[in-house]
Design a protein around this ligand. Structure first.
Ligand SMILES: [Zn+2]
Ligand SMILES: [Zn+2]
Length: 258
């Protein structure tokens, strides 16, 4: 039997996937991927509209709404109010995100990233939905803002942080989600963190179209490939793929309230 999988974080609205959506969905189904959350961020406001449209058109797709830290500088009052007013409370919008801090690329000034992150953390409290967090090279500030926000339902997506970061996030009540990076040659440390993450707090994702796992590395990533990531982590944990897939499927349904 093909194990049941949930790709908790993909960008289906990106051209590489959007242009072959039927194929992407067919291959996902074949790989056992029954549910996909497409992230409404990473390209300003337009991405939120496209993600919502995808969720409305496909029963097995849910979406989120937010502004990626890369785009924090364009998140003026009007953009924020649009997301708060037109998206955040919709049934199809399962979480607020991705939001957070990215000090690796520093595409927006750090103070601006922090201000926007704070705003959306408050929004998640206001609408009582979890947050999807992007954090890169910004562990200290991410944890500080999470702590002060009072938000306790969220996921550190595409986790690439330290063991200390993972432990601090788990202690706050957060989930941790892993991508294909755990299958890379230099992913051994991350795989060890995935191995040690409590069973009820771990999720898997593709972050497609980026970060295709081995043996697809270098190709356009797509939801079907989440199976490779799940298999690598299951093996590291000494669990069957079936059990690990089902556990992470249940975790994701509960996390997203779907
Ligand atoms: Zn991200
Ligand atoms: Zn993403």
């Amino acid at each position: 039997m093909t194990p049941r999988l949930f790709d908790t974080h993909a960008h289906l609205d990106f051209p590489k996937l959007r242009d072959d959506l039927d194929g992407v969905f067919a291959r996902a189904r074949e790989a056992g991927v029954e549910r996909i959350v497409t992230i409404g961020a990473s390209d300003g406001l337009e991405s939120n509209y496209r993600a919502l449209e995808l969720a409305r058109a496909h029963d097995h797709v849910g979406c989120t709404a937010g502004i990626h830290p890369h785009d924090a500088a364009m998140c003026d009052d009007e953009v924020y109010q649009t997301i708060a007013g037109e998206f955040a409370e919709l049934e199809e919008v399962l979480a607020i995100g991705e939001i957070g801090l990215d000090y690796y690329y520093d595409k927006a000034p750090r103070e601006v990233q922090k201000a926007v992150f704070r705003q959306f953390l408050q929004l998640s409290e206001a609408v009582d939905k979890p947050v999807v967090i992007h954090s890169r090279d910004a562990e200290e500030d991410t944890l500080e803002l999470l702590r002060e926000s009072g938000v306790r339902r969220g996921v550190l997506h595409c986790f690439t942080g330290s063991r200390e970061m993972a432990e601090a996030a788990l202690e706050l009540g957060f989930h941790i989600s892993f991508t294909g990076i755990v299958t890379f040659k230099n992913g051994a440390d991350l795989l060890a963190i995935a191995r040690d993450t409590p069973a009820d707090r771990i999720m898997v994702e593709t972050d497609a179209p980026f970060l295709a796992p081995v043996p697809r590395r270098g190709k356009t990533n797509e939801p079907a490939y989440v199976a490779h990531t799940a298999a690598a982590i299951a093996e590291a944990r000494g669990e069957s793929l079936e059990d690990f897939a089902e556990q992470t499927y249940q975790n994701a349904c509960e996390f997203y309230g779907w």
